[in-house]
Design a protein around this ligand. Structure first.
Ligand code: GLY
Ligand code: MN
Ligand code: MN
Length: 463
C-alpha cells in the first residue's frame, strides 16, 4: 500500500473534477469457483484500489463531492472470521491507513445512498462488471440490473480516466517491478522452448514465477505454437522443431500493477530463413512504433504508420503488392494484423477497460473506426507524458481468414494469395513491450529488455 497521503490526494483530485452528488465506489467480493467456500484468487477492483487502497474483499467507499466527507464501509472481522482467516485490522484502522476519518459497517451504505437519492443528489457510479456488484448496486440504488448501464456516471468515468491515465513516479516504479517479473517469465520460457517439451510445462513454470514474485499473472498466459490464434490459452501441444512459440504473458506486483510482454521464438533456438524474414518485419514495425511514440502524436497515427511498415515488409517478401498507403487505407494489411497496436496499462493490463474503451482510448478528437483491424485498436488518443501503453504489432497467418478473404476476392489488388497460401502453416508472430511516454519521447519499462532481436534470441536460447 502507498502512504495515506497518496490516496487522499487522489480522492481530492477526483473531487475537484466533479460537479456535485456522491461518488460510490464498490470494492470486489470473494467470488466462488466450484462451491461457495472455494473461491477464485481474490482481485480487488482497480478503481477502488486506486482511490481507497484496501486490498481485501467486502469494502466500499463514498466521497461526498460538496462536503468532502469520505466514508469507508466494511465489516469488522468476527471471531469466526479470525479463527478461519486470521486477524485483520479493524475497518477504522484500515480507513486511517488510507487517510479516511470515518468508517461504518456495510449495512449503513444503503442508508447513505438512499439519503442522497431522497435529496435529489446524483449518485455517481462506474459500470459494474461482476454480477455480484450489479446485484449490490441494484440493492443500493433500486435501479434494476438491466438498467444500470444507462445510469452509470460518464462524468465519474471521465474524471477517473483523466487521473489514472497519467502514471505517477510511484506507479511507474511498481509497473517496472511488474516488468522485471515479466523479464524472468519470458527469458525462462525462451530457455525451456525445445522440441518435445509440452507447452503446459512452460506456461505453468512462468505462471509460477509470477506468483513467486508478485500477485500472479496479469491475465491468463497466452503460450502456443499456434500463435495465429491471438488469445490462445490451449497449452496441450508438444513443441515441434520448425515451428515458433508465441508467449504473451505478464505479471502483477503485490500492489496489482501490471506488465504485458510478448515474444515469439523458434522452437529449438534457430530461426529458419522464412521465419527470420517475417520476424524482422515485425521487429521493424515494433521499432517504428517507438520512433513515433511521443507526446502530441496520436496512438492511432502510430498504429497506421506501423501498418505501413508491415505492408512494406510484406511487399518485400512477395505477400502484398500495390501502393502501400492505399493498401493500408483500404485495410488490406489487416489480413495479417487484425488487431490494434496496443492499449493503456496500469492497475489493469488493459487499463480501465471496465470503464469503457470509448473513454479510455478515444475522446472527442480521436474517434474509433469500424474498419476491420483498425476497429480493434483499443487506444487511439493523443499521447501525453506519463501514459503507459503497449507496443504490440504482429503478423499472423490465420488459415480460415485467408480462405474466406480469398474466396471473396477481398483486397485482391493488394494481396498475393498464391504466395500467402504457402504460409498457412507458419503460425503467428507478435512482439510486445511496455512503453512510458516521456516529456520528449518514450522509453521501455523494466530494468532489462527481454531479448528481441534475432541474434539476442538465438544467443539466449542456445546458451
Ligand atoms: N495480453 C493481451 C494483450 O496483449 O492485449
Ligand atoms: Mn500481451
Ligand atoms: Mn497487450
Amino acid at each position: 500500500m502507498f502512504t495515506a497521503n497518496v490516496y487522499k490526494e487522489r480522492r481530492d483530485a477526483l473531487r475537484r473534477q466533479m460537479g456535485d452528488g456522491i461518488i460510490l465506489l464498490l470494492g470486489n467480493a470473494e467470488a466462488s469457483s466450484n462451491y461457495p467456500a472455494n473461491t477464485y484468487h481474490f482481485r480487488q477492483d482497480s478503481s477502488f484500489l486506486y482511490f481507497f487502497g484496501i486490498n481485501h474483499p467486502g469494502f466500499a467507499g463514498v466521497v461526498d463531492i460538496e462536503s468532502g466527507e469520505e466514508i469507508l464501509f466494511g465489516n469488522d472481522f468476527t471471531m469466526d472470521d479470525i479463527i478461519w482467516m486470521g486477524p485483520q485490522p479493524s475497518v477504522a484502522t484500515q480507513a486511517t491507513e488510507v487517510g479516511i476519518e470515518k468508517s461504518a459497517p456495510l449495512a449503513q451504505l444503503k442508508t447513505v445512498v438512499e439519503n442522497a437519492m431522497r435529496q435529489g443528489r446524483k449518485v455517481h457510479f462506474i459500470p459494474p462488471y461482476r454480477y455480484a456488484n450489479k446485484v449490490w448496486l441494484e440493492e443500493l440504488t433500486g435501479i434494476r440490473v438491466a438498467e444500470l448501464a444507462a445510469h452509470v456516471s460518464v462524468e465519474l468515468i471521465k474524471a477517473i480516466v483523466a487521473l489514472r491515465s497519467v502514471k505517477s513516479a510511484l506507479e511507474i516504479e511498481e509497473i517496472e517491478r511488474a516488468c522485471d517479473i515479466g523479464y524472468e517469465m519470458h527469458t525462462t520460457a525462451m530457455r525451456m522452448c525445445k522440441p518435445g517439451v509440452k507447452e503446459q510445462l512452460i506456461a505453468g513454470t512462468i505462471e509460477g514465477i509470477a506468483l513467486a514474485h508478485g500477485a500472479g499473472v496479469s491475465f491468463p498466459s497466452i503460450l502456443s505454437m499456434n500463435g495465429e490464434t491471438l488469445h490462445n490459452h490451449y497449452h496441450g501441444n508438444l513443441l515441434q522443431e520448425g515451428r515458433m512459440m508465441l508467449t504473451d504473458a505478464g505479471a502483477e506486483t503485490n500492489m496489482n500493477y501490471c506488465s504485458d510482454f510478448t515474444r515469439t521464438v523458434p522452437v529449438g533456438g534457430r530461426f529458419s530463413q522464412q521465419q527470420k524474414e517475417v520476424y524482422n518485419i515485425v521487429v521493424a514495425a515494433h521499432d517504428c512504433a517507438i520512433d513515433h511514440a511521443r507526446p502530441g502524436n496520436t496512438w492511432k497515427e502510430v498504429h497506421i504508420e506501423v501498418c505501413r511498415t508491415l505492408t512494406r515488409g510484406l511487399k518485400d517478401i512477395g505477400l502484398m503488392k500495390g501502393d502501400v498507403d492505399e493498401a493500408v487505407a483500404a485495410g488490406a494489411h489487416a489480413l495479417f494484423m487484425p488487431h490494434g497496436l496496443g492499449h493503456m496499462m496500469g492497475l489493469d493490463v488493459h487499463d480501465m477497460e471496465d470503464l469503457g474503451q470509448i473513454y479510455v482510448g478515444y475522446d472527442d478528437e480521436i474517434r474509433p473506426s469500424d474498419q476491420f483491424g483498425l476497429a480493434s485498436l483499443r487506444m487511439g488518443r493523443r499521447l501525453q507524458e506519463g501514459f503507459v501503453i503497449t507496443d504490440e504489432p504482429g503478423i499472423y497467418f490465420i488459415p480460415a481468414l485467408i480462405d474466406q478473404w480469398r474466396a471473396e476476392g477481398m483486397h485482391s489488388d493488394f494481396l498475393c494469395y498464391d504466395a500467402i497460401e504457402k504460409y498457412k502453416n507458419f503460425g503467428g508472430i507478435r512482439l510486445e513491450d511496455d512503453v512510458l511516454i516521456t516529456a520528449t519521447g518514450s522509453r521501455f519499462l523494466g530494468q532489462k529488455r527481454i531479448p528481441l532481436y534475432v541474434d539476442e534470441i538465438e544467443e539466449i536460447m542456445n546458451k
